[in-house]
Design a protein. Structure first.
Length: 396
């Protein structure tokens, strides 16, 4: 399938406009990283606790912030899910202690602050786990079971927890909602010693500061190693200048993506790093497609200038670029719009990176190749600009 046939767009004539655009975005991102928001690292890298909370109705962020302040919690951030009907809130708490026990205490402090008034010693069914619930039912024995009690009460406890977490999205409106998962005597027993708050904790991520520092170092090394490996591959497959141009384009994509996160003050988590590494490979693949077509055309059109060859090669691969990049962009855009807060950073990095990675293959990597060859005084009719396979030269 081809969207464009016989296009003849002079891409290289527009290189200075796009190079200036890249310079503006790069400088703005660097300025933000150095002097404004810096690099907004997530809990994965700086250490702390993230609690994903589901409420029965849209949460009042200001009221929740006041409750956490009264509980003595400091340096926390609240991030509400803006999707209609989601009723979710991410509560992020910075904790500098290295003790994992202290980090877990942060989660308990958040839950206690949200629960508010002491319900007279009753436990919160919305924030009770399977094991605790099964042990309570076994001890209370509302059905007066015999030897089958552990298995039966374990089954009812599992059914109640699954109803709450899988069917109702993590929160029960009342204890009576659990009647679909357990008989009436079990529900009556729960009403004696349990109550339902207006929220339920769906997920908790706890990372110690020492682990966060190690993850930060490993994320940087993973990005650098991927760029270095691709440079070596392109050096072997084409020529060194091809590898340098492609790696510079990938570094340009990474810099602008991270700079955009800094400008938007969006936290960089492990999922964002995974998206950036994905984009490094995606951008490199797109660049290699263009470079490979340039190499083929150099052998076929040795009387043309390198600028003409590069322009023609980009036009020949334009349909493929628009199809693959366009479809991928639509997919990640849907993920960004409908994926929710947990996937927000990951999908945002992909949305930015696909746009930047696609245009950098055309307006950054290709012009660098032409500029270098012109600097060396080479043309397509002179010394070959690339060797198809290392150790072999193209025949005239």
């Amino acid at each position: 399938m081809e969207l464009f046939r016989n296009t003849n767009i002079d891409f290289l004539s527009k290189k200075w406009f796009f190079l200036a655009l890249s310079l503006i975005f790069s400088v703005a991102g660097l300025a933000s990283m150095l002097f404004w928001h810096h690099i907004p690292l997530g809990i994965d890298f700086r250490g702390g606790t993230v609690v994903d909370v589901k409420f029965t109705s849209a949460p009042n962020v200001d009221a929740i912030r006041a409750e956490l302040d009264r509980a003595g919690l400091k340096n926390f951030t609240l991030q509400a899910d803006t999707r209609s009907g989601s009723n979710e809130l991410l509560i992020k708490l910075d904790i500098r202690e290295t003790s994992e026990q202290a980090l877990d205490q942060g989660k308990e402090s958040i839950v206690k602050a949200l629960q508010g008034v002491d319900p007279g010693g009753k436990a919160d069914l919305n924030n009770t786990g399977y094991t605790t619930l099964a042990d309570y039912l076994l001890k209370a024995d509302p059905l007066h079971l015999g030897t089958d009690a552990p298995a039966q009460y374990g089954k009812y406890a599992r059914a109640i927890v699954d109803l709450r977490d899988k069917t109702l999205g993590g929160v029960l409106g009342s204890i009576n909602d659990a009647s679909a998962a357990a008989p009436a005597p079990v529900i009556a027993a729960l009403q004696q010693d349990f109550y339902t708050s207006n929220f339920g904790v769906r997920n908790v991520d706890i990372v110690g500061p020492q682990v966060g520092a190690q993850l930060r170092q490993q994320a940087i090394l993973a990005t650098l190693y991927s760029l270095a490996g691709m440079l070596v591959y392109l050096w072997f497959r084409f020529e060194l200048i091809y590898g340098v141009a492609a790696v510079v384009a990938c570094f340009h994509d990474t810099l602008i993506t991270v700079g955009a996160f800094s400008l938007l003050n969006q936290e960089i988590s492990l999922t964002v790093i995974a998206a950036i590494l994905t984009l490094v490979g995606y951008s490199m693949n797109d660049t290699i497609v263009v470079f490979d077509r340039i190499r083929e055309n150099i052998k076929l059109q040795r009387k043309d200038s390198l600028t003409e060859i590069v322009n023609k090669s980009i036009n020949q691969t334009l349909s493929r670029t628009v199809l693959t990049s366009g479809l991928t962009f639509l997919t990640v855009l849907a993920l960004f719009v409908f994926g929710g807060e947990v996937l927000h950073g990951f999908s945002l990095a992909l949305v930015i990176g696909i746009i930047i990675g696609t245009y950098s293959s055309i307006f950054i990597a290709a012009p660098m190749l032409v500029a270098y060859q012109q600097w060396r005084g080479q043309t397509a009719s002179g010394a070959p600009a690339a060797t198809p396979v290392r150790g072999k030269s193209a025949k005239a």
